[in-house]
Design a protein around this ligand. Structure first.
Ligand code: BGC
Length: 466
C-alpha cells in the first residue's frame, strides 16, 4: 500500500516531470516553426509563380531563398546564445518568424518576398540549433534523448500542419483567388504560431548550464531544483561547476584533441543526415509521385501520407532512444533507408510505377523518422562542452543547412541530366543517397560513442579521458 509520504513524493516527482515537459514543449515550438516555415512553400510556389510571372530560375530562388537565411541563422545563433543566453536568442528567432510571416504575405515585389523569406530562414536556422540545445540543457540525463526528440516531433508536426493549412486555404477559393490572395494567407498564417512562441517564451527560465557559465549559480540552482528536486540539484550544480572550470572555452579547442573528435562526429552526422536525401522527399514528393505517374490529387494525398508516417515513426524514436540508445537506432535506421533507396532506384531503373514504389518511399521515411531525424539532433546537442556548446553546435548546424541546400538544389539537375538519365533511368540520385547510408552505418559503428543515460558532464569528461 502507498504511504501518505510516498504519495506526496510521487506527486512532487509528477510535478517536476510536468514542469520539464512544459519547458520542452515551449522550446519545441521553435521546431514546429522550423517545419512550418520550410514546408509552407510547397503549396504556395505554383500560385506565387503565376502571380509574379516568374521564370524557372526565379521560381527556384523563391523556393530556396529561405534556406540561405537558415545557413546564416545557424551560423550566428551559437555566438548569440553563448553570449546572451538561450532564452533571449530563442526570443529573437520568434521575432524574426513573426516579421517574416507578415511581410511574406504582403510583398509588393518578388525581391521583397525573398527578403522576407530570408529573414524567416534566419529564424529557422537559429531555432533549429537553439531548441534542441535548450532542451538538452534542461533535461534529466535519463530522458534527455526522448525530450530532445520531441523537437523533431514538433518539426514533422509543423510540416504536416502546414500541408493541411495550405490544402484548407487553397480550398477557400478558385485558381484566380489563390493566385491573387491564397498564397498570402499560406505565408501569413505562420505569424500565429510565431506570436504564440514569442509570448510563451516568457514562461521558461534561462538554461541552468548557461547560468552557471555566467557565474549565476544561485539562479541555476533554483531552476535545477524545480527540475530535479533539491538533492539532485545540488549534485548537478557541483558537477556542472567542476566541468565548466576545467573547460577552456575557446573555439580553437574544437579543432584540437581531445575535442576534435567530438567536432568531427558532429559535423559528419549533420552532413550525413542531409546527404542521405530526406529533403528530396520532403520538398519534391508531389513531383516524384507525378513523375511516377500519379495525378495531382493523388500526389498531394500521398504527400500527406508521408507526413503522417514521419510523425508516427518519430513517436517510435521518442519511446526507444533512451532505452535502446542512439547508436542502435542510427544503425537500424540508416540500414533501412539504404535498402529502401536501393529498391526505389531499381523501380526507377526499370520504369515501374507499381504500388511498391510507395512502399519503398514510406519505408525510407519511417526509417529516417525513427533514427537520423531525431537522433542526429540529439547527438549534436549533447556531445559538446557547455562553454562552447552553442558555437560548436552552430558549426555542425551550419553545415547541415549547407548540405540541405546542396542536395535540394542538385536533385532536379542530377535527376534530369541526359547522360545520367540515359545510363541509370532516374535511379542515380537514389543509389547515390543509398551509398551515403552505407557510410553512415560504418561511421556510427566505428566512431560514434553511445551517450544514452550519461549526464552532459559525464560526456564532457569522456572526451578528455580519451
Ligand atoms: C531535418 C530536416 C528535415 C526534417 C524532416 C529534420 O531532422 O533536419 O532537414 O526536413 O527532419 O523530417
Amino acid at each position: 500500500m502507498e504511504t501518505p509520504h510516498q504519495g506526496t513524493a510521487s506527486a512532487t516527482e509528477q510535478g517536476r516531470r510536468s514542469y520539464v515537459m512544459m519547458l520542452t514543449l515551449i522550446a519545441a515550438l521553435g521546431g514546429l516553426l522550423f517545419g512550418y516555415d520550410t514546408a509552407v512553400i510547397s503549396g504556395a510556389i505554383g500560385f506565387l509563380r503565376t502571380h509574379f510571372g516568374l521564370s524557372a530560375a526565379e521560381t527556384g530562388w523563391a523556393a530556396s531563398s529561405a534556406l540561405v537565411g537558415c545557413i546564416v541563422g545557424a551560423g550566428f545563433a551559437g555566438e548569440i546564445s553563448d553570449a546572451f543566453g538561450r532564452r533571449k536568442a530563442l526570443m529573437l528567432a520568434a521575432v524574426l518568424f513573426t516579421i517574416s510571416g507578415v511581410w511574406s504575405a504582403i510583398p509588393a515585389t518578388i525581391t521583397e518576398f525573398n527578403i522576407a523569406r530570408i529573414i524567416g530562414g534566419v529564424g529557422v536556422g537559429m531555432a533549429s540549433l537553439l531548441s534542441p540545445l535548450y532542451i538538452s540543457e534542461i533535461s534529466p540525463a535519463a530522458i534527455r534523448g526522448r525530450l530532445v526528440s520531441y523537437n523533431q516531433l514538433a518539426i514533422v508536426s509543423g510540416i504536416l500542419v502546414v500541408y493541411f493549412a495550405n490544402y484548407f486555404i487553397a480550398g477557400l477559393g478558385d485558381e484566380a483567388w489563390n493566385t491573387a490572395r491564397g498564397w498570402r494567407w499560406m505565408f501569413g498564417s505562420e505569424a500565429i504560431p510565431a506570436t504564440i512562441f514569442f509570448f510563451t517564451l516568457f514562461a521558461i527560465p534561462e538554461s541552468p548550464r548557461w547560468l552557471v557559465k555566467q557565474n549565476q549559480a544561485g539562479r541555476a540552482e533554483v531552476v535545477l531544483t524545480r527540475i530535479g528536486g533539491p538533492t539532485q540539484a545540488a549534485a548537478e550544480l557541483r558537477a556542472i561547476r567542476e566541468t565548466i572550470n576545467e573547460e577552456a572555452g575557446k573555439l580553437g579547442d574544437l579543432f584540437r584533441p581531445p575535442l576534435r573528435r567530438a567536432m568531427i562526429i558532429g559535423i559528419i552526422l549533420a552532413i550525413l543526415q542531409q546527404i542521405t536525401g530526406i529533403n528530396v522527399f520532403m520538398y519534391y514528393a508531389p513531383e516524384i509521385f507525378k513523375g511516377l505517374g500519379a495525378g495531382t490529387d493523388i500526389a498531394l494525398l500521398q504527400t500527406v501520407i508521408i507526413g503522417i508516417f514521419n510523425v508516427t515513426f518519430t513517436l517510435l524514436a521518442i519511446r526507444t532512444v533512451d532505452r535502446l540508445g542512439r547508436k542502435p537506432l542510427l544503425i537500424i535506421g540508416a540500414t533501412g533507408m539504404g535498402i529502401s533507396l536501393t529498391g526505389l532506384g531499381i523501380a526507377a531503373a526499370i520504369g515501374s510505377t507499381a504500388a511498391w514504389v510507395l512502399v519503398f518511399i514510406l519505408g525510407y521515411i519511417a526509417c529516417f523518422a525513427m533514427s537520423l531525424g531525431p537522433v542526429v539532433w540529439v547527438v549534436i546537442a549533447e556531445i559538446f562542452p557547455t562553454k562552447i556548446r552553442g558555437r560548436a553546435m552552430a558549426i555542425a548546424t551550419l553545415l547541415l543547412w549547407t548540405a540541405n541546400y546542396a542536395i535540394s538544389q542538385t536533385f532536379p539537375i542530377i535527376n534530369e541530366d541526359p547522360w545520367l538519365v540515359a545510363t541509370f533511368h532516374h535511379a542515380f540520385p537514389f543509389w547515390l543517397y543509398a551509398v551515403f547510408c552505407v557510410i553512415m552505418v560504418i561511421f556510427v559503428r566505428r566512431v560514434v560513442p553511445e551517450t544514452k543515460g550519461k549526464s552532459l558532464e559525464e560526456i564532457e569528461r569522456f572526451w578528455s579521458k580519451r
